[in-house]
Design a protein around this ligand. Structure first.
Ligand code: DLZ
Length: 156
């Protein structure tokens, strides 16, 4: 008996993509958005199939993502945020909430959501992760395309 392989790639068929971007640390989240858009376009996603929505902060990402998925208009969502450690435990609460929230949406709603949320000790660490090379928004976009491809190939 031969092994059955399910192939995936970053060029799923005609994907419809939602991107939710947090306004907190927007100078950095905007660079992640740029990276994500470039990666999507480089992999054949048409501009008219991409919707960008802004939300106040990373804490709001899960609800915004869930709302987009429940509209049934998207094959997958990219969540983009930057949470920078301050002097209080607030960082841990927001990080835990957004991580758990996005995970639950992935599993409960069955649509892929890419986790493009930086959690860093300072601005310098965050900036290092949004350079052209190694842009985490671009990496999240590629992960999403591959997960959409997986779902398409499973369902075909
Ligand atoms: C309040 C807050 C703080 C202190 N820091 C950040 C941050 O580093 N990154 C981020 O995305 N959001 C931050 N927020 C805002 C919260 O995510 C949220 O928007 C508010 O608590 C309102 O619900």
């Amino acid at each position: 008996m031969a092994i059955n392989y399910i192939e995936t790639n970053t060029r799923p068929e005609n994907p419809k993509i939602g991107i939710v971007v947090s306004r907190w640390n927007s100078s950095i989240t905007d660079k992640m958005l740029d990276g994500a858009l470039k990666a999507l376009k480089a992999n054949g996603v048409k501009e008219q199939e991409i919707t960008v929505v802004r939300c106040p902060g990373s804490f709001e990402l899960p609800l915004a993502v869930q709302s987009l998925i429940q509209s049934n208009s998207y094959d997958g969502i990219i969540a983009l945020g930057v949470i920078i450690r301050g002097g209080t435990p607030h960082f841990e609460y927001v990080c835990d909430a957004v991580t758990q929230g996005i995970l639950e949406i992935n599993l409960k709603l069955g649509k892929p959501v890419a986790f493009g949320v930086l959690t860093t000790d300072n601005v310098k660490q965050a900036l290092e992760r949004v350079e052209d090379e190694g842009n985490k928004g671009a990496e999240a976009a590629l992960a999403l395309l591959e997960m959409i491809s997986l779902q398409q190939n499973l369902n075909s």
